[in-house]
Design a binder for this molecule. Structure first.
Ligand code: NAP
Length: 249
């Protein structure tokens, strides 16, 4: 049986990806900072799937996860979050906390994935539309995801001699617990949809479908796949503008 680890697999895109991999026949380790959530998700999938703790910002924690799992065939790197605030107001600590998880965390996962993936295995990271489309108030997240897109290409070059493929999905606005707050701000989803040729926001399943494709696509590496209903051809919503409008109507 093939083994997979989904980092950040207790929620949203990670959880949908874990389900897709399990359905495809993988034995899945759902790893998350939310251990209870990871265990509950694994229990929902049933035997032989497992839930484990990991904090991607802590190298020892990631190393322990990979060492106890052993050789793997697919790794999906989903842990991430965002913060909002104009650069002139943003505390350095807030900026660092997003970089720590979304970029340094993704690097640490790539490092141990590179060591533990079987030859011809696959690493898929979740980047973002914000890796190429700037958004006011999202300096940390946009910078981290742009870095992750480049990290994907460097890792793809370094791991190619072993046949390991390294790709990323760059989703647009997807309804998950992460975006619940933004989705409740009047105008945010509406503006996203107005600027999305396919006329809707995404679902975790839309992303999981592409994650599964990337685990299989045997001649594809170094790709950052825009997956956003076509929104990359238009513009990103002014989230902070809508937040300010809501605060002082
Ligand atoms: P989500 O539902 O919040 O899931 C993210 C999971 O990662 C949560 O279970 C979270 O745990 C966990 N996590 C957070 N920090 C972690 C850490 N340090 N170590 C290990 N796990 C950690 O979010 P999502 O929307 O599915 O996002 C998944 C990925 O897709 C993220 O990288 C995000 O940036 C990216 N993405 C999302 C969207 C979107 O619109 N939703 C768009 C583009 C890209 P807690 O909940 O306990 O913190």
């Amino acid at each position: 049986m093939r083994n997979a680890i989904v980092v950040g697999g207790a929620s949203g895109i990670g959880w949908a990806s874990a389900q897709a991999l399990a359905t495809d026949g993988y034995r899945v380790v759902i790893a998350d900072i939310n251990l209870e959530g990871a265990r509950n998700r694994a229990a929902a999938l049933g035997d032989p799937h497992r839930g484990e703790f990991v904090d991607v910002s802590d190298e020892d924690s990631v190393a322990a996860l990979f060492e106890q799992t052993g050789a793997v065939d697919a790794v999906v790197s989903c842990a991430g979050f965002s913060t909002i605030g104009l650069i002139v107001d943003l505390a350095v600590e807030q900026f660092r906390s997003v970089i720590d998880v979304c970029l340094t965390g993704a690097f640490i996962v790539a490092k141990y994935a590179g060591r533990h993936l079987n030859d011809n295995g696959s690493l898929v990271s979740i980047s973002s539309l914000n890796g190429r489309q700037p958004a006011i108030g999202m300096a940390a997240y946009c910078s981290a995801k742009a870095g992750l897109s480049m990290l994907t290409q460097v890792a793809a070059l370094e791991l190619a001699p072993r046949g390991i493929r390294v790709n990323a999905v760059a989703p647009g606005f997807v309804h998950t617990p992460l975006t619940e707050g933004a989705a409740m701000v009047p105008g945010v989803v509406e503006e996203y949809v107005e600027n999305t040729p396919l006329g809707r926001a995404g679902t975790p399943e839309d992303i999981a479908e592409a994650v599964l494709f990337l685990t299989k696509a045997s001649w594809l590496t170094g790709e950052v796949l825009d997956l956003n209903g076509g929104a990359h051809m238009k513009r990103y919503p002014d989230i902070i503008g809508h937040v300010m409008k809501m605060a002082s109507p």
